[in-house]
Design a protein around this ligand. Structure first.
Ligand code: SF4
Ligand code: SF4
Length: 474
């Protein structure tokens, strides 16, 4: 007999058939603060990242901002190295290496990036600290939420938002300080001389920070972050995850501290819900792995403190793997996927370091004069003109020489032939090549411009171009 699909009759007179609501109203989450081993690591990560973010922009190296992405001039300064758009391949390598490192970390330890180092987590944690300083911990904040508006409530709320706004503005200022020298930005700010673009970008980043870390918080991780959604496909049964030991914890139930759980036929979970109260995404880890979990381990610290108070072994909630939880297998680190990622990272990092260390310290672009293929000078010589962009990508000033190769012997090069370029400097020079018509046997010749360090012909860069001559002179 074929299987029958049940059909429900729809009667318009009796209202719509029942449907589930696709929109879930946000439940405000007030995470409780907790101390413990993982909280120390989390705080260490947060203060380290914030410290680096706010301080690196102010570090100078060789008289210039050490980390500066100078977009208008297309120079990227990274601690003494100068990168140009031509070095984009190196940046691509760096991004690929970072992506593979993130994949390897995810395969090994799940969403630890999200829990400890993601900017959304870091800034939210800072905003939570400000909230705690101004409004108190979870219970005080929940009481304040329900309380009528009083002077005390208004003062606390205003102080909190002022704190958030100051941090957001500093975040915006620092962010654009990585693209526009931060010291001049600061002086211009004091003199009220910012241009419209600077004001726009600073306020845009400040507003984004204020909204994401102050208001949206866990919703960014749950609904907006694409990486959070696809990370789970990288997990395997040996990936470390924050998990509740169901076999040990159930059946859960409250009891007196001195009660024997076995006699009461209870597991080790006392159902205190502390693990839920500390969770920044508001989930209950006892319900199993959930996509909202950012592996921050706050619930581990919370549960360990409860286990300690009860005199039970720690680790009812812990970092473990599916295989270890279900089959008691030891944690298995060296597995093919992780080895594959590690080898890939090693290979790409070696290639990146090799390319960086053997990178030509000079750059050269040649553009032909587009107004005329050639000109005839008053002396009857055939002339071609070129614009040369010469770059010094090294960390030191350089004396350079310009030559041309491929022209018949005796040809003349009019223009700059010796240059002194500062570190990271780009100079545009014009060169004109002249030749007697009788020596030109073709209407078109391949030539090379050659720039080398004065006295070091081996440290050089070449760029190809063409020399044109009139056909009538052949
Ligand atoms: S369940 Fe635990 S590890 Fe996951 S987000 Fe909540 S507190 Fe962090
Ligand atoms: S903190 Fe530990 S004991 Fe308390 S409810 Fe959570 S899992 Fe159970």
């Amino acid at each position: 007999m074929p299987e029958k699909i049940p059909v429900h009759q729809y009667d318009p007179g009796k209202g719509e058939p029942s449907a589930s609501d696709l929109y879930a109203k946000r439940r405000k989450i007030q995470p409780r603060s907790i101390s413990g081993a993982f909280e120390h690591w989390r705080n260490f990560g947060v203060w380290l990242i914030l410290g680096l973010y706010f301080s690196v922009a102010w570090i100078n190296y060789h008289g210039r901002q050490a980390l500066l992405f100078d977009l208008p001039n297309r120079h990227f300064y990274v601690f003494g190295w100068t990168f140009w758009p031509q070095d984009f391949i190196l940046l691509s390598w760096l991004l690929i290496i970072s992506a593979f490192t993130l994949f390897a970390v995810t395969v090994f330890a799940g969403r630890v990036w999200c829990g400890y180092a993601c900017p959304q987590t870091v800034w939210t944690k800072l905003f939570l600290h400000i909230e705690k300083w101004t409004e108190g911990d979870r219970n005080a904040r929940m009481r304040l939420d329900k309380a009528p508006l009083t002077l005390n409530k208004a003062l606390r709320r205003t102080t909190k938002h002022l704190g958030w706004v100051v941090v957001s503005l500093l975040t915006g200022l620092t962010f654009i300080g990585y693209f526009d020298p931060i010291r001049s930005l600061w002086s211009e700010l004091k003199a009220s001389q910012w241009n419209e673009a600077e004001v726009f970008w600073m306020f845009l980043f400040a507003a984004t920070t204020y909204l994401n870390a102050g208001w949206l918080r866990e919703q960014v991780c749950m609904y907006m972050c694409p990486y959070g959604r696809f990370q789970s496909v990288m997990f395997d049964r040996d990936t470390l995850m924050v998990s509740y030991d169901h076999a040990r914890g159930e059946p859960r139930g409250s009891r007196r501290r001195d009660a024997d759980p076995k006699a009461a036929q209870l597991g080790d979970c006392i159902d205190c819900e502390l693990c839920v109260q500390v969770c920044p995404t508001g989930i209950d880890i006892r319900n199993g792995l959930q996509f909202e979990c950012i592996a921050c381990a706050a619930c581990i610290d919370a549960c360990d403190s409860v286990m300690e108070q009860m005199g039970y072994a720690k680790g009812l909630v812990r970092y473990t793997t599916e295989n270890a939880l279900e089959h008691g297998h030891p944690i298995h680190i060296l597995r093919p996927r992780l080895i594959g990622y590690s080898l890939m990272i090693l290979f790409m990092a070696t290639l990146f370091i090799y390319t960086l260390s053997t990178r030509n310290p000079m750059g050269l672009d040649v553009i032909r004069d587009r107004n005329a293929l050639y000109r005839e000078s008053s002396e009857g010589l055939i002339e071609n003109s070129y614009i040369l962009n010469v770059m010094n990508k090294s960390q030191d000033p350089e004396d350079l020489e310009i030559h041309v190769q491929g022209m018949p012997p005796g040809s003349i090069m009019q223009g700059t032939q010796h240059l002194h370029l500062l570190s990271g400097e780009l100079r545009t020079v014009t060169e004109t090549l002249e030749e007697e018509p009788e020596k030109l046997h073709h209407t078109e010749m391949s030539i090379d411009f050659h720039v080398n360090e004065t006295g070091k012909p081996g440290v050089a860069v070449d760029a190809a171009s063409r020399f044109f001559a009139p056909a009538a002179d052949r």
